[in-house]
Design a binder for this molecule. Structure first.
Ligand code: 4NP
Length: 154
């Protein structure tokens, strides 16, 4: 089993969209018994909240299920559980490195680092930009490559 955890600041915009997209990719690849997917936040600002209405709209438009999702902050168990901690921007990477037990820091990755021509780039926060469909498109440009990497490692 490979466990993949998507993390952003609030767990209401980017990481729930990434979770929903990646679960769909895993299902379509028939790998749901081999890859588990979850998401969480570096803050407890939005704890208990459903995805942002803009994220809900885009997920619905792309046939993705978000009905079960509620924001939650990352815990010590998450760092242990995850094999890949995939996050959205430099601030998330910094915060996660502060929070992670030393032995789990190697699991932390910037999402766009999987694309050779996008290394070091961030996924803009639609909480500020309101560009939810653009966020979906950027995630869709990178997440199939993460699935390929995980498949190749198994
Ligand atoms: P996310 O977006 O990190 O993509 O879920 C945000 C959600 C909430 C806040 C900031 C960003 N906030 O400040 O509450």
């Amino acid at each position: 089993m490979t466990n993949v955890l998507f993390v952003c600041l609030g767990n209401i915009c980017r990481s729930p969209m990434a979770e929903a997209i990646f679960k769909d990719l895993v299902l379509k690849a028939g790998l749901q018994n081999q890859i588990q997917v979850d998401s969480c936040a570096t803050s407890s600002e939005e704890e208990g909240h459903q995805p942002h209405p803009g994220a809900q709209k885009v997920m619905a438009a792309h046939g993705l299920d978000y009905s079960y999702m509620h924001s939650r902050p990352i815990t010590r168990q998450d760092f242990d559980w995850a094999d890949y901690i995939i996050t959205m921007d430099g601030q998330n990477v910094f915060n996660l490195n502060q929070m992670a037990p030393a032995q789990d820091r190697h699991k932390i990755h910037l999402c766009l680092d999987i694309l050779p021509d996008k290394q070091g780039q961030e996924i803009p926060d639609p909480w500020y930009t309101h560009r939810f469909e653009y966020t979906y498109q950027v995630l869709m440009s990178a997440l199939p490559a993460w699935l390929d990497k995980i498949k190749a490692a198994n």
